[in-house]
Design a protein. Structure first.
Length: 450
């Protein structure tokens, strides 16, 4: 994974890579544990404590236990959660009064990948500055560190409440579903053990898919990156609603009775209206149709960079509670410290029940403008030059004139891959396809010239 400016390992969502290859190796995870523990001790925390959880991919235990070894070797205590949704780790970090939380997960990526991300004591993702600070201690000469021995070695224990505390938290924000026919696609990931329990407890008649993880099947033809799976199930069984999570369950998409995908943009609009929000935060990718829907109801949409961490930062800056991305990664900061797929689904269903109109009626009301996205491969070292090119600026100005008030274009370098993303949106599908193709081809030419 390409690190962001000023950082070698951390990207937009922790550290990621192919499991078994640097940096997703046991030796790196051990060193990271040592470095994180040292950072806290140098900040005056004599015996820091950490909560550690993972999703269901087979490399999870290797990395989790290596991180634990690094932490405890430097005198930090750890609480092992085992398989737990990422938002569950964030919640329990705060609940158990730990100094930080560690999640071993690569979210919606294939099982061959893995990642390490950290939460602060409040259950929030670390800031760019905090991640850069951690990287500064990764090059420590371990042989020169003062030995930690006897009772100073950290204590590792297992969390004994299973998912009890986290489940209680979710149930406190859940509506009663009174026999609603619900399909759940758990992506063979971290939601498999807990989401069905939640929905059974609140009265749903359940059909559960992809809830038998084997370490290799996480996200395979399932979950929020493959909504067609739950769409088929909703149609086959004539379900009232389908819900699909990603591998670590920090995001969710829904499917209405007519088989339409309810994206994060729909979710943001539905919950904003239901909650009576004055303003919310989306991203540069939030559909223009949703923005207009919100504006017509007196709700202002602020746009952040793509990435839930940037949505979070914008929410904090503007003292708002609700924000999210098209992917279904939605933040309810008055209820949780980070995005939570199960909570998101519960909040949508709560809004629907309060409104006394079915989900499909909401989807009918929220317009969706045609949107095209091209991911143009480029050399990583050429990204900055391409974005600064006069030819690109001129092409964007011409595109904006063509689209007028009824559309928009956004070109941005990916923060995680060697790509430049070209998004065009407007009322006419043919027009946006033509503009997207033209700008995408220009980016390719500029890459070849650099």
């Amino acid at each position: 994974m390409t690190a962001m400016a000023g950082r070698r390992y951390f990207g937009t969502d922790g550290i990621r890579g192919v499991a078994g290859e640097h940096p997703m190796t046991a030796s790196f995870a051990y060193r990271l544990g040592v470095g994180v523990a040292e950072r806290f001790k140098r900040a005056g925390v004599e015996r820091p404590s950490f909560v550690i959880g993972m999703d269901t991919r087979r490399s999870g235990p290797m990395l989790a236990h290596a991180v634990t070894a690094g932490l405890t070797s430097r005198g930090a205590d750890t609480v092992w959660l085992g398989v737990m949704p990422t938002p569950g780790v964030a919640f329990l970090t705060h609940r158990l009064v730990a100094d930080a939380g560690v999640v071993i997960s690569a979210s919606h990526n294939p099982y061959t990948d893995n990642g390490i991300k950290l939460f602060d004591a409040s259950g929030h993702k670390l800031s760019d500055a905090a991640e850069a600070d951690i990287e500064s201690v990764l090059d420590l000469d371990l042989d020169k560190l003062e030995a930690v021995t006897k009772d100073a070695i950290g204590h590792a224990r297992r969390y004994r409440q299973d998912d009890g505390d986290y489940r209680t938290h979710l149930l406190s924000h859940a509506p009663y579903l009174d026999g609603l026919r619900v399909g759940l696609d758990c992506a063979n990931g971290a939601s498999a053990a807990i989401a069905p329990k939640i929905f059974q407890q609140i009265g749903a008649r359940l059909d559960v898919l992809n809830a038998s993880p084997d370490g290799r099947n996480i996200n395979v033809a399932s979950g929020s990156t493959h909504p067609e799976t739950i769409k088929r199930r909703v149609a086959e069984l004539e379900l009232d609603v389908g819900i699909t999570f990603d591998g670590d369950a920090d995001r969710a998409l829904l499917v209405d009775r007519q088989g339409r995908v309810v994206t994060g943009d729909h979710i943001l609009a539905i919950c904003a209206v239901s909650r009576g929000e004055a303003a919310v935060v989306g991203t540069l990718m939030t559909n223009l149709g949703s923005e207009r829907y919100l504006q017509e109801r007196g709700i202002e949409l602020h746009r952040a960079q793509v990435g839930d961490r940037y949505v979070f930062e914008e929410l904090i800056k503007r003292e708002l509670s609700l924000g999210g991305e098209q992917s279904g990664h939605v933040l309810f900061l008055d209820k949780a410290s980070t995005g939570d797929g199960i909570l998101t689904a519960l909040q949508v269903l709560a809004a629907v029940r309060v409104s006394d109109q079915p989900l499909e009626a909401w989807v009918d009301e929220i317009p969706v403008f045609p949107q095209t996205l091209r991911n143009v491969p480029v050399a990583s070292e050429n990204k900055a030059d391409i974005m600064a090119a006069d030819e690109l600026a001129e092409a964007l100005e011409e595109a904006e004139k063509s689209l007028g008030e009824s559309g928009r274009i956004n070109v941005r370098p990916s923060g995680t891959e060697a790509l430049i993303r070209v998004m065009v949106e407007g009322e006419d599908g043919d027009t946006i396809e033509r503009i997207g193709e033209r700008v995408g081809a220009l980016v390719e030419r500029l890459d070849q010239k650099s």
